[in-house]
Write a protein that binds this ligand. Sequence first.
Ligand SMILES: [Fe+2]
Ligand SMILES: [Fe+2]
Length: 232
Amino acid sequence: MLRNSFPRISKRQFSRLSSLRATNATSKEPTKRSQNENRHFPLSEAQAAYLDRVVRVDQAGELGADYIYAGQYFVLSSKYPHLKPVLQHMWDQEIHHHKTFNSLQVKKRVRPSLFTPIWKLGAFVMGAGTAVISPQAAMACTEAVETVIGRHYNQQLRCLTNQFDLKKANGSVSVPPEVNSLTETIRQFRDEELEHLETAIEHDSKKAVPYMLLTEGIKGICKAAVWTAERI
Ligand SMILES: [Fe+2]
Ligand SMILES: [Fe+2]
């Protein structure tokens, strides 16, 4: 009675199971091999150093932008309520850029720029200082900063798309996914910086007095800051 209550497993069923096992075992091998063949060879020392520099300088730059907009918002938002949503929108985007590069810095274990406290103070003073002169001067500051940053991001995009073709074990050549993802991030941020530049011009940056002195001076400061943050 007890014997009859168990379902009977026929020889045929056992052989089906063993054939399944056999199929699984053989199907795993080519997948693993093809995964290995699909892997890129490691970055060269120069490429790895360049990626570190990109993350370090872009983190410092976005931190600076975050503090510039904080300074502008602090001075202008209550005095010129029509500018409040415009500044808030650009500032929010800079906060997002800053946070993104903060996480990349931690993920890739890149040392931050040693001048970080100076970037914070200098950027806030630049944002607030130009805003104290006039709203147009604040917009001229934005125009100058975003012009330099837009060009800087374009240079990085050219390098990341031209200098990072890596070989795979299977002989094919392509850009590794980590570089592609960084490129996409920079491309998106570059587009947003250029939107900020247009916003500044739409809000009378060209009417700032003294326009040339402000914009050329700020461009010079930004270029020096980029050069320094890439290295120190
Ligand atoms: Fe930004
Ligand atoms: Fe920006």
